[in-house]
Design a protein around this ligand. Sequence first.
Ligand code: ADP
Ligand code: MG
Length: 527
Amino acid sequence: MTNLKFEELKLSNELVRAVKDMGFEEATPIQSKAINVILAGKDIVGQSQTGTGKTAAFGLPCIDSIDTENKKLQAVILSPTRELAIQICEEFRKFLKYKDDIKVLPIYGGQPIDRQIFALKKGVQIVVGTPGRIMDHINRRTLKMETVKMVVLDEADEMLDMGFREDIETILDKIPEDRQTILFSATMPKEIMELTEKYLTNPETIKINRKELTVPNIEQIYFEIKERTKVEASSRLIDMYNPDLTVIFCNTKKRVDELVEHLQGRGYFAEGLHGDLKQIQRDIVMKKFRNRTIEILVATDVAARGIDVDDVDMVINYDLPQDEEYYVHRIGRTGRAGRSGRAFSFVVGRDIYKLRDIMKYTKAKIKLGKLPSLTDIEEAKTNNFIEKVKSVIEEGRISKYISIAENMINEDISAIEIAGALLKMNLYDKTAEDIDFEDDIENNSDTLVRLFLNIGSKKRIRPKDIVGAIAGECGIPGKSIGDIDIYEDYTFLDVPKKYVKDILKGMKGKKIKKVSVKIERAKSKKL
Ligand code: ADP
Ligand code: MG
């Protein structure tokens, strides 16, 4: 099915005008398929990934089904998080540009309930909220479900993951049965099917398959690197491409915190977003990112899910996602609404197999790239700077500075010298590490040191026992341990040079599988 024009859908003129004003040229696949079905009053189950335009898919027909004469609550949208509820509301308000007789309100925890009650009393036809807070209002009788005609479960899988099942069921039980029920989800686990069977009536299933999902306009590149060069590699990509907004994904909260610290240490405006942060802290971070106070957001998948920030120019998969579907979610953050974007992935050792799975799953071409060298970056920075200088000259209003320059020239300093010195002051980068990265990546075997361990397969030792013991006793990342060759009575293993001291010290007098071990530098080098 080809994408439809908004005029071809049975939407009101006011909505068609509003989406045009928003820059939507045509309906996305999920919108093309879902809108008329919802307008016809049918229940639907819609499945498509992040970034495919689900909000408008249910939002536009929802708005057109509201009776503007009736000021009572008519539609309820359930959403997993407060950020998402706010975003949906903001999007609805844009849709409502030419329909100002419909009121929509976000309802979420963390905001004073009195204020919400006050707003609700003024008459609201659509509420968008998290299940918990909506339950609260139902219990206080400040939200009455009796008049509701439509209910939407957005990101249903996420709501279930967050433990909202009971609340959702209670809410659905309170809404009259002749309502229309719409469920959207990125994935369709068993629990969702159960919910669908129980609460939807002859639903039409609309699924956008993966091929239609692949996000256009995105350059997808991967780099084969070592774990310990990831920070440097991230910095280089940022310096090279000079993006306004970057999202970097890590697989754990701890790694988010560590990376943020490194990036801040290098002078970047970076902050982290993960589940350990309080809601209010997360709101602050998101706000800073939206208004460009920070340029780099480092996040875990769960924390970033559903957050819609326009204009993300670059996504870096600092860690490859555990789950292939996450890859799609992650890179869906960039190149939205026809913009171009870049998606970079770091691949360490065995990650390459995971990357192949991702390519198979997404049918995406992810190309092997080469990280920019310091020279490339210097060149890019210089070009940026020259562009900046040109635009300052174009803008004018520099006479004050020209007279300073004239004074210097009167002191017998040439214009060229002045310009050269100013360029040096602006372009010389003290923080640039003077390591040769390419060398480090391609020829890093010399930075690994071979260790000898005095037990082997006779003691039924397995690689994971060794990795576990060393990681546990010495506090070094298990992943950093290289090849392990186990022989009958002894074992060789490669470890990064920088950890050798810690390992020799940490393993002194320790046991692996109840056997006392001795670990020392191997005598001969690995061939
Ligand atoms: P999803 O809920 O599927 O993750 P959203 O509804 O958040 O996706 O939409 C993702 C982005 O795409 C938003 O910035 C939205 O404004 C934009 N968008 C939605 N529909 C269209 C369209 N038809 N044309 C252009 N941009 C669109
Ligand atoms: Mg959405």
